[in-house]
Design a protein. Structure first.
Length: 202
């Protein structure tokens, strides 16, 4: 390989990953999160999410992503969910987001899950990080297991199962949501009423 060709290859390699939301890039960016333990939690969650083959295309093509390592949910009657997430745009850490949700009705107690929100474009990113964002009543996502095929939607729910290896990008309102149960019985992660408060990185 000539010097010119080698230089061109290095430049191409550097630019190819610039602005990327690949899991490798996001893991590195997680080191910019102020609290080390939070960064490690995000990295661990990414390890689990990247095991789902169909997520690869989302990571490679999305404009931004919000990673929630743990969302806790439980209680009978009036219950709720809460969790902290960290937001990235084109491979850079941009801030922290707090999620709260109040639900009414029967719920299986003690549920905990990880959640990831892929933001398709700049408009979706700005909408999500506007300061206060809330999913509509019909928004939902189904818990998936590592290695399963999956399709996601913030409008009509999501499905997961084994079989097809075909990757399909399925955004609703510029967003696609996946959840992975962290143990115990998990019927469905209802997104309706989830409220997000974004805090930009300093």
């Amino acid at each position: 390989m000539t010097l010119l060709a080698a230089t061109a290859f290095i430049v191409f390699s550097a630019t190819a990953f610039a602005g990327s939301n690949s899991t490798a890039t996001l893991k590195e960016a997680a080191a910019d999160i102020p609290k080390e333990q939070d960064g490690l939690s995000v990295q661990s969650a990414l390890v689990e999410f990247e095991k789902v083959e169909q997520m690869t295309a989302y990571f490679e093509n999305c404009y931004g992503v919000a990673v929630f390592p743990t969302i806790a949910k439980g209680g009978l009657g009036i219950g709720g969910s809460h969790g902290a997430g960290w937001v990235f745009r084109k491979g850079d850490y941009t801030g922290m987001v707090k999620m709260t949700q109040v639900t009414v009705g029967w719920q299986a107690g003690g549920q905990a899950y990880s959640q990831i929100i892929f933001l398709e474009n700049e408009h979706a990113y700005l909408n999500f990080t506007s300061g206060n964002f809330e999913f509509g009543a019909q928004a939902s996502a189904v818990a998936i297991t590592a290695g399963a095929t999956a399709s996601a939607s913030t409008g009509g729910g999501a499905s997961a199962g084994a079989g097809s290896n075909q990757a399909k990008l399925d955004y609703t309102g510029g967003m696609a949501v996946f959840t992975v149960a962290k143990g115990g019985l998990m019927y469905e992660a209802a997104l309706g009423g989830q409220k997000f408060k974004f805090y930009p990185a300093k």
